[in-house]
Structure formats: structure tokens, C-alpha cells
Write a protein that binds this ligand. Structure first.
Ligand code: ZN
Length: 441
């Protein structure tokens, strides 16, 4: 499970997560494609294509060439997850001076548990685009890979009611203070911020010259520099940032690299993994699940125009995202009859109003797979008097027209800066997804 903690540390932003997934896929024989090139896909070939920021699709072509007969239509085994996590994102003018201190100006991205962002060693990562008068544009990944800012709490002596609950004012209270050695007290903050970015890029890419390049656009998120940790060995817990939903991305990519679709079945299977950005803000973007990336890629895998709909009609999708594990101190927030525990099995997520994707066909198929692979499972549903969150499952199931089921790993503190999940659950999820990619049952 060191690979998981390495993946989490190396993925402080969706940009970086895609970069890491590409490395995992390349090392296991997957070949990179680009959207603008024409594709000549080989039977049994393994491929991936990215659309940045933070979106990647990988697939394994059926071993046997497709023909027009119904019996040989491939069945897509689609697994979907998201690469983004809620947090604090830099504004276009990201620096200002408050009481003599340089602070960062941020917007809240998604729905983080804001109280958990205070008193953490905060790093900064994402993508920057630079412009040069003669040489044009250049975009680079950026990660300071060390603490650069801090969001200090107000001392209890200045707010005696702090332990009775704090209201966090998003505009006033969430300005992380920058370390002084990055930006001096008496200097113009934006100019120094830009200089700071260029210096870091020069350090990060020593073989390139950033002289004369001006940062003009950025997609930069703050993150907790404390690395993910394994607690209690291989059967214990993993704690860390962005488990929702990088834990699912890691399990799904690993499962795809281990899948053996041609070995276990005579029916042509087409395993596909799709990881999207912007789930935490509603998925409506060119790299979100409501975008055209997945249907555009899938349509390029089939010979004839109508084959896409025909294949979808006999295909299945698993949407993988974090699930709520029962919290022993807040049991009244759960339906005790449908409350999963950590390290007690993969969670099937249910909601009567389709906030999670659900079809009895997909659920039956996946629980049958669990049974044949000796994988424990649990079911989750909210209390009847509380609404639940949502996933990309319903959106994709509706737009593609396939049977789908939402699954996940039970976790604590979802959307905290540091979440916790069970490691045996991660292994069980990985085994189930490997079986799903490989088996026509
Ligand atoms: Zn999620």
C-alpha cells in the first residue's frame, strides 16, 4: 500500500493525478493517444488519452476484431471516478497585504469542511500558463512541494465561544498567510507572486529557461503538506488528503492494469476507465462528466455509426466514489440498518431518488461477482429524513444509456482536509474492479 500513499503525495492537484495515472498505465504497456490524431487501434491494444485539466480515459481493445453480428458486439465494462477534491483555489489576483502580512486571496472550490483547513502546513500546486513576447505560450505543472502558507486559527482568548461552534466567513476568514521568505513585506504583492512562480518553475524544470516568460493564467489549489499515512499495517487505515476521490482513481487504474479481459471470456469485452475533473462543482465543463469527452472517445472505438448505441445497450458501468462509514460518535446521523463500517467490505450506495446510480441488473451482476470472488460487501442508504450527496454515476448512466451502480469505500470525515478509509476495503475494491474489467458474468 506504499504505492497508494505515494500516489496521493504525488497528486496534489487533478493535473498531477492524471500525470501519475499516465505513469502507472505507461509502465504496464498502455500506449498514449491524443484527441487530435487519428487512431489505428489494434486488437488487444492498451491505450489512454488525456484531456487536461484532470481528465483521463484508458481502455483495452477486444482481442478479436469486431464484426457486425450481434453475438460479437463488445460489452463495455466502464469504471468512472473523479480526480478533483474540494478545497481552496487561488483567485486571478491572488495576493494582497493585510495588516502588513502578504496573504493569499482564495475562492472555496466545492464543499470542503472549512474548519479543517486551519493550522495546517499548506502547499500550492496546479498548472500555470506563461507567455513570451517571441516564443508564444507554455504551460507547466507546478508544485511547491513544501509549506508556503498557513491559515492560523483565532486564539480562544479572543473568541471564548469558539468551542460552541464557529461561523467561518468565506471572504474574511480564509486568507492564508504567506511565508515571508517567499514574498517580502514591502513589495508589490502581485509582481512578487509572479516572480515567485517563475523562480519555482526554474527550480522544477532546470533544463528549461524561464527568463522573459510571464505567468498569465493559473489553476492553483492549496493542499495539506502532511503526507498520507498508513495506520495499523496492511489491515489498518489510510489517512490523508484527497482520498475522495483519488483512492478510487488509484484502485481503478491498478485494476485496469491487472485486468485480463481476453483470457477469462470468449465474449469480447472492452474495459474502459474514465476519470473526470470538476465533480465537486457539478461536472459541467469540458473535463467534467457532463462534457463530451467520454462519448467522443467511445464513438471512435466502433466501426459503424449505430454500433455505439447497440454496444451501450449491453454494457455496464460502475461509478466509484467515497462512501460514508458509520462514525461511532455520531450514530444518530446514520440509518443503523444501512450503515457501513470501515474495513468491512465494498459499499453499494443506494438512493431512492437516483442521487446515486442504481440498476438492479448492475447491482445483481456486481454482487454475483463479489460472491464468486469472495469479496465482502455492505449497503449504504441515508436516513429517510436526510438528503444525500451525489456522484457522476447518474449523469453518465443517463447520457450513455447503460446499466450502472455506485460503489465506494467507507470513509470518515469526507471533504475534510484529511480523510480516513480502511485498507482492506481498498484491496477489495481493487479486486472487484479487476474482476469487473475481466469477466463477462
Ligand atoms: Zn467524491
Amino acid at each position: 500500500m506504499e504505492k497508494l500513499t505515494h500516489f496521493l503525495k504525488a497528486s496534489p492537484s487533478p493535473w498531477h493525478a492524471v500525470d501519475q495515472m499516465e505513469k502507472m498505465l505507461s509502465s504496464r504497456g498502455f500506449f498514449p493517444l491524443t484527441e487530435k490524431s487519428s487512431w489505428s487501434l489494434q486488437p488487444g491494444g492498451r491505450y489512454f488519452v488525456q484531456r487536461q485539466p484532470g481528465c483521463l480515459i484508458a481502455f483495452i481493445m477486444p482481442q478479436h476484431p469486431q464484426n457486425h453480428g450481434y453475438e460479437n458486439l463488445p460489452r463495455v465494462r466502464l469504471v468512472c471516478a473523479h480526480t478533483d477534491s474540494p478545497g481552496l483555489k487561488l483567485k486571478p489576483n491572488p495576493c494582497k497585504i493585510k495588516s502588513g502580512y502578504p496573504v493569499l486571496d482564495v475562492e472555496v472550490y466545492g464543499s470542503p469542511l472549512l474548519s479543517t483547513w486551519f493550522d495546517r502546513d499548506l502547499g500550492l500546486a496546479g498548472q500555470v500558463t506563461l507567455i513570451h513576447a517571441d516564443a508564444g505560450l507554455r504551460s507547466r505543472l507546478l508544485d511547491f512541494n513544501e509549506p508556503v502558507a498557513l491559515l492560523p486559527s483565532l486564539a480562544i482568548h479572543l473568541n471564548r465561544e469558539a468551542n460552541e461552534g464557529i461561523k467561518i466567513r468565506r471572504h474574511e476568514d480564509l486568507s492564508p498567510v504567506l511565508l515571508h521568505n517567499f514574498i517580502g513585506k514591502d513589495q508589490e504583492p502581485l509582481a512578487l507572486f509572479l516572480d515567485w512562480i517563475v523562480k519555482r518553475l526554474q527550480f522544477q524544470y532546470p533544463g528549461e529557461d524561464f527568463y522573459g516568460w510571464d505567468p498569465v493564467s493559473w489553476d492553483l489549489m492549496l493542499y495539506d503538506c502532511a503526507p498520507a499515512k498508513i495506520m495499523g499495517g496492511d489491515d489498518g487505515w489510510v489517512t490523508g488528503g484527497r482520498l475522495d476521490n483519488l483512492l478510487s482513481c488509484f484502485a481503478a487504474v491498478t485494476a485496469l492494469t491487472l485486468a485480463t479481459p481476453s483470457r477469462e471470456t470468449q465474449e469480447p469485452l472492452l474495459p474502459v476507465l474514465a476519470c473526470f475533473n470538476h465533480e465537486e462543482s457539478g461536472s459541467l465543463s469540458q473535463v467534467g462528466a457532463q462534457g463530451n469527452f467520454l462519448p467522443a472517445v467511445l464513438k471512435r472505438l466502433f466501426h459503424e455509426p449505430q454500433q455505439f448505441e447497440r454496444v451501450m445497450s449491453c454494457s455496464t458501468m460502475v461509478s466509484v466514489d467515497s462512501a460514508h462509514g458509520i462514525h461511532p460518535n455520531f450514530t444518530d446521523k446514520y440509518d443503523s440498518n444501512n450503515a457501513p463500517e470501515l474495513n468491512a467490505g465494498v459499499v453499494f450506495k443506494h438512493n431512492a431518488n437516483q442521487r446515486y446510480a442504481h440498476s438492479v441488473v448492475a447491482e445483481g451482476m456486481l454482487k454475483g461477482l463479489c460472491r464468486s470472488l469472495a469479496i465482502p460487501w455492505q449497503d449504504f442508504a441515508m436516513r429517510a429524513d436526510m438528503p444525500c450527496g451525489s456522484t457522476i454515476g447518474p449523469t453518465l448512466s443517463a447520457s450513455l444509456g447503460l446499466h450502472a451502480m455506485d460503489l465506494g469505500v467507507a470513509s470518515w470525515a469526507m471533504h475534510s482536509i484529511r480523510e480516513t478509509a480502511g485498507l482492506t476495503d481498498v484491496r477489495h475494491l481493487q479486486a472487484l474492479l479487476t474482476g469487473f474489467f475481466s469477466s463477462s458474468r
